[in-house]
Design a protein around this ligand. Structure first.
Ligand code: NIG
Ligand code: FE
Length: 415
C-alpha cells in the first residue's frame, strides 16, 4: 500500500477552517462545512477534501476508511506545553486548592523551582519515557502536532537534556513535535537575587549552544513581575531573534506589565496566557499579527478569570487555544475541557474554538501553510469524531470524542 495514501468515505460532516495563514477576527468562525464528504490523501498530503460526488477515483493500493456518517475535523495543534519534566507537584496543587496563591509558592522557592530540582535529577531516559506517555495521551485526544518547551533545567546540561529528550521523541514521531527553548522560565536558585547575570549567562552560553545543536525552533520567556521584567525579556528576545529563532512570550498572565505590547514590538509569533493584557496591547498584537494564545486550563486550575478571548477576536486578533500542560499551574492536557470552557465560559463559538485549536495553533508554530486545515496540499492530519456534528465538541462536555486519528495519511490511533 502506498505510504500515506488513504481515502476516508462516508463522512457525515466535514468541518475545517481554510487558508494557509492564521484566521483572524470575524473570519475565525467561517468554517468550510460539507455534508456527505470524502477526504483523500497521497504520500501523506491531502489531494481531495469535499463532497463525495466530486471525489477522485482512488488507487487500488489505498487504505480505505469508512467514517460511518461521523464528523471529520483537522488534527488538533497544541501549541503551548511544558510536557518534559521530572517529578510532580501534587502537594502544591492541594495548597493552592486551599487558597495559597501560585506566586506565593513560586517566591518561596516552590513552583517552577521544585520542578527544576526534579528535572535536573532525572536521566535522559526517564525524561523520554515520561514524555512519551504524555505524547501518547495527546494523540489519543486528537493532538497531531504539539509544541514542547524546555525551562525546567535552567542550566546548560539540563536545558539541553530536555531538548534532547524532545529530539528523540520527535524522531519517534508519535505526534509531530515542535521544540522551544525556554531559558528564561525562572531565575534558578544559584542565581538568586542576580537575575541580570542569569540572563547574561543564558544569552552568552546556553542560547548559542541550543543554536549550534539545532534543537529548538522557538524561544520563550516568562515575562512577569518579579520573574523577568520587560527589559530583561527584551534583551533576551533580541538575542534570540538575532540567532534566527521565532519568538514566544508568556505575557501578562498574573500582572499587567505590558508583555503583550512587547510581543507586538518584537513581532513575536505568539503571546500566551494574556489574562491581564490591556486592550491597547491587544490592538497592537492584532496590528503586528501576533497570535493571541489563550490557555483556559491554566486559568481553570488557578481559579483565575479567563482571558478575554472574545475581545481579542473582536479586536481582529488570530486566537489560538492550547493546553499549557505542565507539572504546576496546569497538569492537564484535556482538549475536550478546552472546548467546553471556551464555549461555556469564554463566549467563543465551537467554530472559533475549532479554528483556534487547528489552523491558528499551527500558525502559532509557523505551520499554517502546512497543516491545521483539510485542503489539498496540506498534511493529512485528521480526526474522525464519534459525533454527528462539530457542535458535540463542546456540547458533549469534557468527553473525548476522538475515535480515529490519521497522521500523514496513516491511521495512527483507533479507539
Ligand atoms: O505557563 N507561567 C509560567 N510557566 C508555566 C507554569 C510552569 C509551572 O508552574 O511549572 C505556565 O503556566
Ligand atoms: Fe506555559
Amino acid at each position: 500500500m502506498g505510504k500515506g495514501t488513504i481515502v476516508i468515505r462516508n463522512i457525515g460532516e466535514l468541518a475545517t477552517p481554510v487558508g494557509a495563514v492564521a484566521s483572524r477576527g470575524s473570519a475565525m468562525k467561517e468554517l468550510r462545512v460539507v455534508q456527505d464528504a470524502v477526504v483523500a490523501a497521497r504520500g501523506g498530503r491531502i489531494i481531495y477534501a469535499g463532497p463525495a460526488a466530486g471525489a477522485p477515483r482512488t488507487d487500488h493500493d489505498c487504505e480505505a476508511v469508512d467514517a460511518r456518517g461521523r464528523t471529520v475535523v483537522p488534527g488538533f495543534v497544541d501549541s503551548h506545553t511544558h510536557f518534559v519534566f521530572g517529578g510532580f507537584r501534587d502537594d502544591e496543587f492541594a495548597w493552592r486548592a486551599s487558597g495559597v496563591p501560585y506566586m506565593e509558592i513560586h517566591e518561596r522557592g516552590g513552583g517552577i523551582g521544585r520542578s527544576v530540582g526534579a528535572t535536573r535529577k532525572a536521566s535522559l531516559e526517564k525524561l523520554v519515557d515520561t514524555g512519551r506517555e504524555r505524547l501518547k495521551r495527546a494523540l489519543s485526544l486528537g493532538v497531531t502536532t504539539m509544541e514542547g518547551k524546555s525551562g525546567y533545567g535552567l542550566d546548560l546540561d539540563t536545558e539541553l537534556r530536555q531538548l534532547e529528550a524532545m529530539r528523540i521523541l520527535g524522531d519517534e514521531d508519535i505526534v509531530r513535535l515542535v521544540p522551544t527553548f525556554m531559558g528564561l522560565h525562572a531565575t534558578p536558585k544559584e542565581y538568586a537575587g542576580r537575575t541580570r547575570e542569569y540572563v547574561d549567562f543564558v544569552i552568552g552560553t546556553v542560547l548559542p549552544e541550543v543554536k549550534r545543536q539545532g534543537v529548538a525552533v522557538f524561544c520563550d520567556v516568562f515575562t512577569e513581575r518579579n520573574v523577568f521584567e520587560l527589559d530583561d525579556s527584551r534583551r533576551y528576545l533580541e538575542a534570540c531573534a538575532r540567532e534566527g529563532f521565532g519568538l514566544k512570550l508568556h505575557a501578562d498572565e498574573i500582572e499587567r506589565i505590558g508583555g503583550a505590547g512587547l510581543a507586538a514590538e518584537m513581532k513575536a509569533v505568539s503571546a500566551d496566557h494574556l489574562l491581564k493584557a490591556s486592550p491597547g496591547d491587544i490592538a497592537r498584537m492584532a496590528a503586528a499579527g501576533v497570535v493571541a494564545t489563550c490557555l483556559p486550563l491554566t486559568a481553570f486550575v488557578l481559579r483565575e478569570p479567563y482571558a478575554d478571548a472574545r475581545s481579542m477576536i473582536d479586536s481582529g486578533c488570530a486566537l489560538a487555544l492550547a493546553s499549557d500542560l505542565n507539572p504546576g499551574s496546569c497538569y492537564s492536557q484535556s482538549i475536550p475541557m478546552i472546548f467546553a470552557i471556551g464555549v461555556l465560559y469564554m463566549k467563543l463559538s465551537v467554530e472559533e474554538c475549532l479554528t483556534a485549536l487547528t489552523l491558528n495553533g499551527a500558525a502559532a508554530l509557523g505551520l499554517a501553510g502546512d497543516s491545521g486545515s483539510l485542503e489539498p496540499g496540506k498534511r493529512a492530519d485528521l480526526l474522525i469524531l464519534d459525533a454527528p456534528g462539530r457542535a458535540h465538541l463542546a456540547y458533549h462536555s469534557g468527553m473525548n470524542l476522538v475515535e480515529t486519528v490519521v497522521r500523514n495519511g496513516t491511521v495512527a490511533f483507533r479507539r
